[in-house]
Design a protein around this ligand. Structure first.
Ligand SMILES: [Zn+2]
Length: 195
């Protein structure tokens, strides 16, 4: 079994060189910037909810062109899955926004090297470290995944007012669920009349 890993200070270079893979859960309470985004009216258990993450390092040795010196490039694939409680901008009620990210990073030696790296749509460049905080990277991933304008797909309060007509518009009463389903007897009758 592997040693317990300190997600706040791991040797990212070694992880990539060895092609190691990490997986686990991090609690929202350990992600202060996510806590700050969490809806005030979220369930009391929201800080106890967790994000499942994976982090897989790998190395590629390649030459920029035939005959050129072989370069070692380090990469890290990170996935984060979970949910974040946000305030819906339409009805102001809290709701759980699903988070499901998968990102490939190229790991370079230093901040300077990261700044100097050419922009690439497919790979984000990050500066590695021997005391790298994977926790912060996971937090970054969640923050980047949050919608600019958080909203329910369908707001429950809006839906309710439509059903009851309390917003002043005349709306037909929703039929009780049972009446929408054809009864087995009606289906039988249908079979009989078809012959
Ligand atoms: Zn809403």
């Amino acid at each position: 079994m592997t040693q317990p890993i300190d997600l706040r200070a791991l040797d990212l270079f070694a992880l990539c060189r060895k092609g190691e893979s990490l997986a686990g859960d991090v609690a929202v309470r350990d992600l202060p910037r996510i806590l700050a985004e969490t809806a005030a009216q979220a369930p009391a258990s929201a800080p106890d909810e967790t994000f499942a993450y994976t982090a897989t390092g790998f190395m590629r040795e390649e030459a920029a062109e035939p005959g050129a010196p072989v370069m070692r490039r380090l990469f890290l694939d990170v996935t984060v899955q979970g949910r974040t409680w946000l305030d819906c901008q339409r009805c102001l009620a809290p709701y759980a926004e699903p988070i499901d990210t998968a990102t490939r990073f190229e790991v370079v030696e230093s901040e300077e090297a990261a700044d100097a790296a050419p922009m690439d749509d497919e790979v984000d460049v990050i500066a590695g470290s021997k005391h790298f905080s994977l926790l912060e990277l996971i937090e970054d991933e969640v923050l980047l995944a949050l919608p600019v304008a958080p909203k329910h797909d369908v707001c429950p309060t809006v839906h309710e007012s439509l059903v009851t007509g309390s917003d002043g518009e005349a709306q037909p009463e929703a039929e009780p669920e049972e009446e929408k389903r054809p009864s087995p007897f009606a289906a039988l009758a249908g079979l009989k009349t078809r012959h």
